[in-house]
Design a protein around this ligand. Structure first.
Ligand code: BG6
Length: 469
């Protein structure tokens, strides 16, 4: 069941992702029932899905593959109510035979989640079911608690999959591999050696056709309380005892428990000029389309190490990086003018793009007389492995995990409630938005927020490109 089946996310990611899973054989026996507010029939829904897949699928859609997929797409408008939904599901289950597993995907705004959960209960679609909920999960602590309570009235926690698609990115999972499959970096992964960490996700995109959703949500709820905090947990957590859901959730939740409540004096909220002219946006809107903040984790590993988070729409470049800045050596034997330290500290940088990259920068000697130092780097790009075509897009990976009942990359009720709790000071007392030029890096005061350090982006040195073979 796909709730919000004609929405932006369904068109961009969910329908093309299902098509891709179907092509690759990862979804052998299935039917999809879409539902939304639009009054469509099966055929009209197939046309919507075809247009979406033509535009957004990662690979070309061949007619034979399309027919196989399209035959399995069905639609029931939300106006049909619980009874109409139940009939449609019963019909598709007969096509599949037996007692198939059900997966309910709620690709809907947080305000609609409670009523859809009640509809599923009324339609008797809770048995044999798992439910995926899109972020943001609630809009603050009270609404998240209420939604968790509604869910737990109907579903067991094992049936609930709170999705955060950043954790489905190959590169995010590679943080776990990098940290815990190697002995090299973990000994220095702490306050003794790390100066600060940046998690920076600027986007060139505007709010697109989602003004209504965005105006009520803003960058903090849309990106920080969800994606950026989840990535922060992967970077900051202690080694889990096993690669399994409860062990990973426990370590992530410990990070969230140690996160200090956000200090509003360490937050910059911005809004791009022109946002208020969009339809559905208030002329005096205080919704932030940019946010930068400093957070701190109060535990033995991280005490005193600032984490700087930044994200925004209509910025100069789109990127998703995690940058770990190492402390500089305590003394330098190199003479003035040698260039040591002149280009910032040594950095380990993760690029969370689908074609992920990793770089470790360090000072090295420039060839020739004397001792002049340059910033050099060791770089790795996924495309060098020859496995880049095996990458599953984040939503494909996570839908597949939910179908297999694997909760490792999903978030728990406790974790989400704690994140809303640390966010409360900001939600209750947000500083006014500062305007910024579209195509810039955000309001000027973001520099004061991070001083004396500097934002890594835009990079001084570009990633190296793989030489043509
Ligand atoms: C979504 C947000 O969750 O993540 C969008 O709602 C944002 O506003 C998107 O653009 C970014 O995800 P990705 O995978 O494209 O970096």
């Amino acid at each position: 069941m796909l709730f919000g089946a004609t929405g932006d996310l369904a068109k961009r990611k969910l329908l093309p992702g299902l098509l891709q899973l179907s092509h690759t054989g990862l979804l052998p026996h299935y039917h999809v029932v879409g539902t939304s507010l639009e009054e469509l029939d099966d055929e009209e829904f197939r046309q919507v899905a075809r247009a979406a897949c033509d535009r957004f699928a990662r690979r070309e859609t061949f007619d034979r593959q399309w027919s196989h997929f399209a035959e399995r797409l069905h639609y029931v408008p939300q106006s049909a109510g619980a009874a109409g939904l139940a009939d449609k599901v019963a019909h598709t289950e007969r096509l599949l035979g037996g007692s198939p597993q059900r997966l309910h995907y709620l690709s809907i705004p947080p305000s609609a989640a409670n009523s859809v959960v009640r509809t599923l209960k009324d339609a008797n679609l809770v048995d044999r079911a798992r439910i995926i909920l899109e972020k943001p999960f609630g809009v603050d602590l009270a609404t998240a608690r209420h939604l968790n309570a509604t869910l737990h009235d109907t579903f067991t926690e094992e049936q609930v999959f709170r999705i955060d698609h950043f954790l489905g990115k190959e590169a995010a999972q590679n943080i776990l591999a990098f940290r815990f499959a190697n002995g090299l970096f973990e000994p220095i992964w702490n306050r003794n050696h790390i100066d600060h960490i940046q998690i920076d996700v600027p986007e060139e995109l505007s709010v697109g056709a989602r003004e209504g959703f965005y105006e009520a949500t803003g960058a903090f709820r849309d990106m920080v309380v969800t994606h950026l905090f989840q990535v922060l947990a992967f970077v900051a957590m202690e080694p889990p005892t096993a690669l399994e859901p409860s062990a990973i959730s426990e370590e992530k939740n410990k990070v969230f428990r140690s996160l200090r409540p956000i200090d509003v004096t360490s937050v910059v909220r911005g809004q791009y000029k022109g946002y208020r002219d969009l339809p559905g946006v208030a002329p005096d809107s205080q919704t932030e389309t940019f946010v930068a903040l400093r957070c701190e984790i109060d535990n033995w590993r991280w005490a005193g190490v600032p984490f700087f988070l930044r994200t925004g729409k209509r910025m100069a470049e789109g990127a998703r990086i995690i940058s770990i800045a190492f402390r500089e050596p305590p003394k330098s034997m190199f003479p003035a003018g040698s260039g040591v330290g002149a280009q910032g500290p040594d950095h380990l940088t993760f690029d969370l793009a689908d074609a992920s990259k990793l770089s470790l920068s360090f000072y090295g000697k420039r060839p020739g007389p004397g001792m002049v130092l340059d910033k050099l780097s060791l770089q790795f790009a996924l495309e060098e492995t020859g496995h880049e075509l095996d990458v599953l897009e984040a939503y494909e990976r996570l839908k597949h995990d939910a179908m297999s009942g694997d909760q490792t990359l999903f978030t728990t009720a406790e974790g989400i409630e704690r994140l809303w709790e640390v966010s409360s000071p900001l939600l209750e007392n947000p500083p006014p938005v500062e305007l910024y030029e579209p195509g810039s890096w955000g309001p000027e005061s973001m520099h004061d927020l991070i001083a004396p350090q500097q934002w890594r982006l835009p990079f001084e040195r570009k990633w190296r490109r793989r030489p043509e073979m």
